[in-house]
Design a protein around this ligand. Structure first.
Ligand code: TEU
Ligand code: CA
Length: 546
């Protein structure tokens, strides 16, 4: 296998609105990111995935793009963007853009044109249908943000199709003019010197609306190959697709190099397993056995073909420590455990801003404090269908996207040092204890732990290249695995529970001397044959000769 630079890179995701506000308007911005580049360089990351910074009415915080080649005024200017790319490059950090091409904003000039008349040249950039009779809906397809996927357009007496909000009309990817326009835009950004793309809901672009096929449509892979030929082929870009519901076989189709599509995709099986029937507003408890099986399955499936993108969290998800650890009694220990577990796996790790200081979910008292369109829409949908207010608030506390979107906590001063103005969304009240200043000063902080993990990924080839073998598969709470190449063998052991856990190692690990790499309680240098792990205890060790 030929290795690319991104195989041992570590990516850091920035949600610009909530990262750092440089001018006091309450909204994080690009100059703010530039001011924090030294912090990120010191952390050791190689890539910044920048959530959208394009011109946008911000109905979905920038995932509704009005101009792919302009910057939202509240985030800065194109000069700021060019400066960010340059200054990041000076620190060996590449900028990965968020490519949102399943849909545009309804304020995009293409849609404004399309709306103006059924004969307009841009009409076919979007998906329009006649009502079967009167104003009846073409079919029952639902928007991912709740309600019908069809929006009535009175002037032309047709419906247009939107899988997200009605302000995010879907592009018609069956139209070659759409393909060419998007490919040209991608190349324009490549020319600017960016390092890659994260492709938003890319599994939807092969849709066949009349058959009700949305994800994984028949045109999907041919389209990606066409995109690759027209854009990425001549580059070494890191491309990662967002693909909810992807199977391991499909992931290979996307990421096997010979197929010339993408570098890797995000799969969400470890995320959605706590959603009853795929509904995030019906949260259920995490089942560690199932989590272990899922993580191992993906490691093994893509072992020799394709590549994993590794993550616990992003801007759509709860905070990692709140979902997979314990943000109350064991915030620091469990956050370190999660970091160790993920960063020794095979694949490219993604860190979501604030995860490196173990930021946790937020609980705002009233719905008014929530800003996310999905949360607000579903509050209406669910309570209209009979769900009690309190029950919905509990679901919001678990899974609202705003959990990830409260501002980055830089210090213990006003607004956690995020802004000297009025932040666009509330700050998590734990910022007095949980902030970057604290983490930099404390040599046992979660942040220092992440730094070590990131450094190991650069110095130990086994983490990038080695085989993965799960151990103790029958254990209910402890996830254990070996990574192995010709030079060395690493054992990783993680207790995913708040109770002590005992276990007996397989025979070949008895009476082995080991060398400590990383731990969150005490250093381990000898394996007798059995061990009792403390709550959320986790360590990684290098095996030595017998
Ligand atoms: O997310 C895709 C998506 O489907 C999510 O909205 C997801 O379903 C939801 O959070 C889980 O309930 C991408 C972006 O990451 C998200 O921020 C955008 O809102 C969405 O696409 C539309 O562009
Ligand atoms: Ca600002």
């Amino acid at each position: 296998m030929t290795y690319q630079w991104w195989h041992n890179a570590v990516v850091y995701q920035i949600y610009p609105r909530s990262f750092y506000d440089s001018n006091g308007d309450g909204i994080g911005d690009i100059p703010g990111i530039i001011l924090k580049l030294d912090y990120l360089a010191d952390l050791g990351i190689n890539v910044i995935w920048l959530s959208p910074i394009y011109k946008s009415p911000m109905v979905d915080n920038g995932y509704d793009i009005a101009d792919y080649q302009d910057i939202a005024a509240e985030f800065g200017t194109m000069q700021d963007m060019e400066q960010l790319i340059r200054e990041a490059r000076d620190r060996n950090i590449r900028i990965m853009m968020d490519l949102v091409v399943n849909h545009t904003s309804d304020q995009h000039p293409w849609f404004i044109q399309a709306q103006s008349s059924p004969n307009n040249a841009y009409r076919d950039y979007y998906i329009w249908r006649d009502p079967p009779r009167d104003r009846a809906l073409p079919d029952q397809q639902q928007s991912i943000f709740g309600g019908s996927a069809w929006q009535w357009h009175e002037a032309s007496k047709q419906y247009y199709y939107h899988l997200f909000s009605k302000h995010q009309p879907d592009l018609n990817w069956e139209n070659p003019a759409v393909q060419q326009a998007i490919f040209a835009m991608i190349n324009w950004w490549i020319e600017k010197g960016i390092g890659g793309f994260r492709l938003d809901v890319i599994d939807l672009i092969g849709k066949q609306v009349d058959k009700g096929i949305t994800a994984n449509g028949p045109n999907l892979h041919p389209l990606l190959q066409k995109m690759h030929r027209a854009t990425f082929a001549a580059t070494d870009l890191l491309t990662v697709g967002e693909t909810w519901g992807v199977t391991a076989d499909q992931a290979k189709c996307y990421s096997a190099p010979a197929r010339k599509e993408l570098s890797m995709v995000f799969q969400f099986e470890h995320i959605t397993q706590t959603w009853e029937n795929g509904d995030k507003w019906q949260p259920v408890a995490l089942d560690i056995r199932r989590l272990k099986e899922t993580l191992s399955k993906w490691q093994i499936a893509l072992q020799n073909e394709g590549w994993n993108a590794l993550f616990w969290s992003n801007h759509d998800l709860p905070r990692a420590v709140s979902k997979f650890g314990d943000d109350k009694c064991y915030r620091v220990a469990s956050a370190k455990m999660l970091a160790t577990t993920l960063h020794f796996l095979k694949g490219t790790p993604f860190i979501y801003q604030g995860e490196e200081i173990a930021m946790s979910n937020v609980q705002f008292d009233t719905l008014e404090h929530y800003k996310d369109i999905e949360t607000l829409n579903f509050y209406q949908v669910k309570t209209a269908a009979g769900m009690a207010h309190d029950e919905m608030m509990q679901a919001i506390y678990k899974n609202s996207r705003d959990n990830a979107r409260t501002p980055m906590q830089w210090n213990a001063r006003k607004n956690a040092g995020f802004s000297c103005g009025v932040p666009w969304i509330g700050i998590n009240s734990n910022y007095l204890q949980v902030n970057v200043d604290q983490a930099l000063a404390d040599k046992n902080s979660v942040l220092q732990h992440y730094k070590k993990l990131i450094a190991y990924r650069k110095s130990l080839a086994v983490i990038t290249e080695g085989d993965f073998t799960p151990l103790l598969e029958e254990h209910d709470k402890v996830f254990a695995y070996l990574r192995k190449n010709e030079e060395m063998q690493i054992l990783v052991l993680s207790n995913f529970s708040g109770e002590s856990q005992s276990l007996v190692f397989p025979r070949e690990l008895h009476n082995r001397r080991v060398e400590d790499l990383l731990h969150n309680y005490d250093k381990v240098d000898f394996l007798t044959g059995e061990i009792t792990l403390k709550p959320y205890e986790s360590f990684a060790v290098k095996l030595r000769g017998k």
